[in-house]
Design a protein around this ligand. Structure first.
Ligand code: ADP
Ligand code: MG
Length: 688
C-alpha cells in the first residue's frame, strides 16, 4: 500500500515538473493516478484497408511510407505529408507544424495512423491525430489498434504522455493493489478483481470488459463512501447526548400563541424531532422542505426546547440578511419570555463582539443567531445544547461538524430548502436522519411564472404599476455573477435609478446588494418590511430565507444567467401570502438552448423536488452546488443519475456490513481505504 500512497512525483515517468501539472488534475498520489479515469474512449481497434477508407470518417490505417514531402503554406503554417500504401491503395497522411517529423517518418517505415479521412483535389488524405511506428521490437500498441483511453487533461500534458505513464505504473504497481471490497460482496455480485478492473478501465480489451470494469469501480466508489457514512452514523449513535424534557410550559405556550395551526407535515416532523431530543443520543437530523413550507417554526421549537431545559442554543444562517431576519423574528417572539438573544455577524464592532463572546462563554446568552462567524475559534459556549443550521446547502459538511463541536454532543438540526435529489441526499447527508415537510401551508396559490420577451417590457411595467397601487410590493432581481463585479453592480444601480426616475416615479425604489454595510442593509430591509419601500431592486442577496408575505411580485432580469435551483430559491421569496403571486423572467438577447430549456422548465414546474431532478439532469452533480461543492462529492467514476440503482445497492450493503461489524474488525483493508479517502471529511474515530 505504501507504494500507492506516496506522492505521484515518485511514480515512473513523472518527476517534479509533471507532478505540478498533475496537481491541477487533483492527482497527488500514485493511487490518484491509477484512479484518473478516461473521460471517453476512441475505438481504434479496427484497421481499415486504405482502399476502403471513406471521407468524413475517423479511421485507422496501417501501411508503408512511400515518400515524404514538406512545405510551408504561410509563415506560420507548415505541412508534413507522407504517402502511405498498403495492398489496397495509397493515402496521404497530413501533419501540421511538426517539421521535426522529417527526421522520424522516413521512406520505407511502417506506420499506424489514426485521424479523419478527407477528400482533397480528388485525392484521399488523412489528418493525423495519432500515429505509431510499427517496427519489429516495438509491439506495444498503446495509442492505436486498440480501444484508446482519452483522459481529462491540463496544459502541458498530452494524451500520449498520460497513457504511457498510466500504463507503466499500472504494470509496475498492480502488485501493491489491495482490494478493499469485502470478499463476500465481490463474490455475490461477481465483480472482477481490482487489478483487472483498473487494467480494463484504462486499456480495455473490448467494450464489454470495460463495462465490467466500470460496474465494479462504480460500486466500489459508492460503497466506500456509504461505508464511511455508515461508520459516522454508528459513531453518532455511540455518543451520549442530553435527554431533554419536551413538555415544558415554554414550548406549549409558544404553540398556543401561533397565529396559524401547523400543517400535518410540520406536526409529523416535530414529532420526529422531539423524539430525538428526548433520547439519550444526540439528534443528527436533516429537515428538508421546499421554500415556504414553514421550517422556521420547527427550528424555533428545537431552540425553545433546549432553552427550556436550561441550555444554550445557536442558529446559523448563510447570509447576514437571513441571520438578521431570524434575529428580528425570534427576538420579538422570545423577548416576553425573558430569553436573551444575540446576533453575531462578522462586521460587528469589536466591543459588541467581545460582549457576545463573554456572554456566550459565561452562559448569559441563551440563543445566538449568526453567520459562519459562529464557528470561529474564539467562540465558546458555556453549555451548548442544540444547534440549528438553516439553508445547510450553503455550508459544507465541515462547517456543520465544527459548530457541533462547540458543545458536548448537542442536538443538531440542519435545514435545507434546496430540494436535494434523493441520490445526492444519500451521498452528502448520508450520515443524518431525514425528515421531510412535503406540503405547503394551506391557501398558498402557486406562483404564476412567465417568460416575458423584451418587447413586452412596457406592458409588464404597466401591470406592475397597477399592482403597486393596490399596495403590493415587488422584488426586481439583477444577477451579479460576483458581488465584487463593479460593472454588474453599476448596471444594477443604473437600473434602479432609471426605474425610479422614468418608470415608477410615484413609488419608492431602493437598491440592496451584498457589499453594502450591514446597518444599511438592515435599514433597507426594515423599510421594505414596513412597506416604506415599494420595489426592492436587489442582487441575489435576497436569495435565501427572506420572508415578506406582502411582496408577491418578482421580476428577474437576465434570468438565463441563473441555474434552476437558484431561480427556484429566488421565486420562493414570493407566493408567501394569500394573494396570487407573479414571477416574470426576462432574458438577454443571446440565450443558449440550455438556458432556454431552463426558463421553460421554470415556467412549467413549481415543485422544488422535480426542479432539482431536472437541474441535476441538465447540469450534473458537480455544478449542482456550484462553487460550494462538497468535498465529499468528489466522485471519480460514479454518475449519480446513471448509477442511482447502484447507489441504493451500495448503500444497503454498506449499512448492513457496518451494522454487523461496527468497528470493521474483520475488514481491515476496507477500514484503511475508507480512512485514506475520507479522513478529512469525516474525522472518523475507530470504534470498538
Ligand atoms: P421556509 O421553510 O422557506 O423557511 P418559513 O419558515 O419562512 O418557510 O415560512 C414561510 C411562511 O409561512 C412564513 O410567513 C410563516 O409564518 C408561514 N407559515 C409557516 N407555517 C405555517 C402554517 N402551518 N400555516 C400558515 N402559515 C405558515
Ligand atoms: Mg427559511
Amino acid at each position: 500500500m505504501a507504494n500507492l500512497t506516496c506522492s505521484v512525483r515518485y511514480a515512473k515517468g513523472v518527476g517534479e515538473k509533471r507532478a505540478q501539472l498533475f496537481k491541477k488534475l487533483n492527482i497527488k498520489t500514485v493511487s490518484d493516478l491509477l484512479y484518473h479515469f478516461p473521460a471517453h474512449y476512441e475505438d481504434r481497434s479496427n484497421v481499415a484497408p486504405i482502399g476502403q477508407t471513406s471521407p468524413g470518417k475517423r479511421q485507422v490505417i496501417q501501411g508503408q511510407v512511400l515518400l515524404v514531402n514538406q512545405f510551408k503554406i504561410t509563415k506560420k503554417l507548415s505541412v508534413f505529408k507522407a504517402a502511405i500504401r498498403d495492398n489496397s491503395g495509397v493515402i496521404y497522411a497530413i501533419w501540421y507544424n511538426q517539421s521535426y517529423l522529417s527526421k522520424l517518418v522516413k521512406k520505407g517505415k511502417e506506420l499506424v495512423v489514426s485521424g479523419k479521412v478527407e477528400l482533397k483535389f480528388g485525392q484521399k488524405q488523412i489528418k493525423v491525430e495519432d500515429f505509431e511506428f510499427l517496427s519489429g521490437d516495438e509491439k506495444d500498441n498503446l495509442h492505436l489498434r486498440r480501444i484508446v483511453p482519452c483522459y481529462p487533461l491540463t496544459e502541458g500534458l498530452s494524451q500520449r504522455m498520460l497513457r504511457r505513464i498510466i500504463k507503466t505504473n499500472l504494470e509496475e504497481k498492480s502488485f501493491y493493489l489491495i482490494d478493499s471490497l469485502p470478499y463476500e460482496i465481490r463474490k455475490r455480485y461477481s465483480f472482477i478483481s481490482l487489478p483487472e478492473a483498473l487494467n480494463n478501465i484504462h486499456f480495455p480489451e473490448d467494450f464489454s470488459r470495460q463495462k465490467e470494469a466500470r460496474r465494479r469501480l462504480v460500486f466500489e466508489e459508492l460503497f466506500l463512501l456509504q461505508s464511511a457514512l455508515a461508520l459516522k452514523r454508528e459513531e453518532h449513535k455511540k455518543e451520549s447526548g442530553i435527554p431533554f424534557s419536551t413538555d415544558r410550559e415554554l414550548t406549549s405556550s409558544f404553540f398556543h400563541h401561533l397565529p396559524y395551526s401547523l400543517t400535518l407535515s410540520q406536526k409529523k416532523v416535530i414529532r420526529e424531532i422531539l423524539e430525538d431530543m428526548r433520547s439519550f443520543r444526540p439528534m443528527n437530523r436533516l429537515l428538508q422542505g421546499d421554500v415556504g413550507s414553514g421550517k422556521t417554526v420547527v427550528a424555533t421549537l428545537v431552540l425553545l426546547t433546549a432553552i427550556a431545559n436550561g441550555y444554550q442554543t445557536a442558529l446559523m444562517a448563510p447570509t447576514e440578511i437571513l441571520a438578521q431576519q431570524h434575529w428580528l423574528n425570534l427576538r420579538q417572539l422570545l423577548a416576553p419570555l425573558n430569553i436573551k438573544v444575540a446576533l453575531l455577524v462578522s462586521d460587528l464592532p469589536p466591543g459588541d463582539k467581545k460582549e457576545i463572546r463573554t456572554g456566550l462563554k459565561e452562559g448569559r446568552i441563551q440563543l445566538v443567531i449568526g453567520t459562519h462567524a459562529l464557528i470561529q475559534k474564539e467562540i465558546d459556549f458555556n453549555e451548548l445544547g442544540a444547534v440549528v443550521i438553516d439553508e445547510q446547502h450553503r455550508f459544507g459538511v465541515m462547517q456543520r461538524l465544527s459548530l457541533r463541536s462547540k458543545g458536548k454532543s448537542p442536538h443538531v438540526l440542519v435545514m435545507t430548502a434546496t430540494p436535494i435529489p434523493r441520490t445526492l441526499a444519500l451521498t452528502s447527508y448520508g450520515d443524518l436522519d431525514l425528515s421531510i415537510i412535503d406540503e405547503l401551508p394551506p391557501g398558498r396559490k402557486s406562483v404564476i411564472t412567465r417568460w416575458i420577451s423584451g418587447s413586452k417590457r412596457r406592458e409588464l411595467y404597466r401591470f406592475i404599476g397597477e399592482k403597486l397601487k393596490e399596495g403590493i410590493q415587488a422584488y426586481f432581481v439583477y444577477p451579479l455573477i460576483e458581488e465584487s463585479d463593479e460593472l454588474d453592480l453599476k448596471s444594477a444601480q443604473e437600473a434602479a435609478d432609471r426605474l425610479q426616475s422614468h418608470i415608477f416615479p410615484d413609488f419608492r425604489i431602493c437598491l440592496l446588494h451584498g457589499r453594502m454595510r450591514r446597518e444599511e442593509k438592515e435599514r433597507i430591509m426594515d423599510s421594505f418590511r414596513e412597506k416604506k419601500i415599494h420595489i426592492l431592486v436587489s442582487t441575489t442577496v435576497i436569495e435565501v430565507g427572506i420572508d415578506i408575505p406582502n411582496a408577491s411580485l418578482m421580476l428577474i432580469e437576465n434570468a438565463e444567467r441563473f441555474g434552476l435551483a437558484q431561480l427556484h430559491q429566488l421565486r420562493g421569496r414570493i407566493g408567501r401570502g394569500a394573494r396570487q403571486s407573479h414571477c416574470f423572467l426576462l432574458t438577454g438577447q443571446k440565450i443558449s438552448p440550455q438556458a432556454r430549456q431552463r426558463i421553460k422548465i421554470m415556467c412549467k414546474v413549481k415543485d422544488g423536488f422535480l426542479l432539482a431532478e431536472e437541474d441535476l439532469k441538465l447540469r450534473g452533480p458537480g455544478e449542482f452546488f456550484g462553487t460550494r461543492q462538497w468535498g465529499m462529492l468528489n466522485l471519480k467514476i460514479a454518475d449519480l443519475i446513471k448509477d442511482a440503482q447502484v447507489l441504493y445497492l451500495a448503500r444497503k450493503e454498506a449499512f448492513q456490513l457496518v451494522r454487523k461489524d461496527p468497528g470493521l474488525k474483520n475488514y481491515p483493508q476496507l477500514w484503511e481505504e475508507i480512512n485514506r479517502r475520507f479522513v478529512q471529511q469525516l474525522d472518523l474515530v475507530k470504534v470498538g
